[in-house]
Design a protein around this ligand. Sequence first.
Ligand code: ADP
Ligand code: MG
Length: 363
Amino acid sequence: MSYVSAEGLTKTFKGRPPVTVIDGLGLEIEEGEFLVLLGPSGCGKTTTLRCLAGLESPTAGRISLGGRTVFDAANRINRPPDKRSIGMVFQSYALWPHMSVRANIAYPLKARGLKDKIKEGWVEETARLVDCEALLDRHPAQLSGGQQQRVALARGLVARPDLVLFDEPLSNLDARLRDSVRAYLHELHAKLGFTAVFVTHDQSEALALGDRLAIMRAGEIDQFDTPRQVFEKPATEYVADFVGMANRLLFERGADGWTCQGAPVAGAPPAARCSLGASGRLVARLRPEDVHIAPAGEVPGDGMTLLKGRVLESGYGGRHIDATLTLEDRDGAAAGDRLHVRVPLAGPGGWAGELAAGQKVAV
Ligand code: ADP
Ligand code: MG
C-alpha cells in the first residue's frame, strides 16, 4: 500500500509575475520505501518537501499520508505539520545553537506534545542509534560537521515518525564523510523501516540510496523508476543528460545504409543503450565509458569502426584518461561534433601509451 499519495500538487508563489514552482505533480510512495527525488537546483524539490510536511500550503491538489487526507485544496483540508507524523533533516542541520544536543534532539517531542517520551528515554535511545550519546551535553558549536549531521538525524527520528523527509542532508559534508553517513543512513532505514523522501541533486547519491528515483524537472516528474532502470533506460533526453549520458549520436538510415552524425558508417548502429526516435532514426545516448576507441587504423573494443576522431584535449584520471574528441568525416575534415570518452588504463583492453591532442583515433 502506498504511504504517501500526492495528486495534482501545484504551488504558485504570489508575486509579479506569479511563479508556478510545482505543476500538477503526482507521487505514490510505498510504505517503508526509500524514495529519492533527484533534480537540479531550482527545480522545486524543497518546495515539494515543504508541501508534504505542511510547511507550505499548495495552491491545488491533494496529499494523503498513511491513508489519511492531510491536504485537499478543494475541500479546504490542511492539517498542521505537527499532526502529520513527519521528521525532517535539512542540509544546514538547523540545530539551535543555544541549546545542548540533548535539548535539540528532544525538541520535536516537546513540539508534538510527547514530553512523556523524554522521561521514557527516547532521546538517549535515539542518540545511541546514531552514535552520539557521548555528545548529549555539548552544544552544536563544539561538534564537527559530521557530528552535527548525526544530531540532526537523531532529531529527525526521535519522535519515531512514519515519514522522514531529507533535504540534501549530506551536501555539506566532505566526500569521505558523505560516503560513511550515506552507508549509515542506509542501515538506519533498514533497521527502523520508516518511509523516506530524500532530496538530492547528486546522481551517485540517488543511485546508492533509492529504492526508487523520481527525476524532477521544473516542477514535474520526468521518470519514476528503480535506479537501475533510470541509469540504463532513461525515459527522456533530460534524464539521460542528468544521469551522465554526455554523448548524443544521431544515426539515420538512408538509401546507402546508415549514417552517424551525417557520416556514412559500415553496418548498423551498435546496440544503443538508449534509443529514442522513430524508425530510420536512432538517437544513441552513451556515457563516456561506453564509447570504445582504438589507435587510428585499428578496431575498437566492440569490434566495429564507426567513426574517426581526433583528440581535442585529454586529462589523466589515475586509472583512466578522460578525453574530448572532435569527430571527422571520411575525408578527415572536422565534422564539428564532439565526443566525450573515458578510456581505461588498466585491465584487459586498457589503453597503452598517450592520448595527446591532435592524435587520430578510431571510434
Ligand atoms: P530546489 O530545492 O529544487 O533547489 P526550490 O523548491 O527551493 O528548488 O525552489 C524552486 C523555485 O521556487 C526556485 O526558482 C525558487 O526561487 C522559487 N521559490 C522558492 N520559494 C519561494 C518563495 N517563497 N517565493 C517565491 N519563489 C520561491
Ligand atoms: Mg532545495
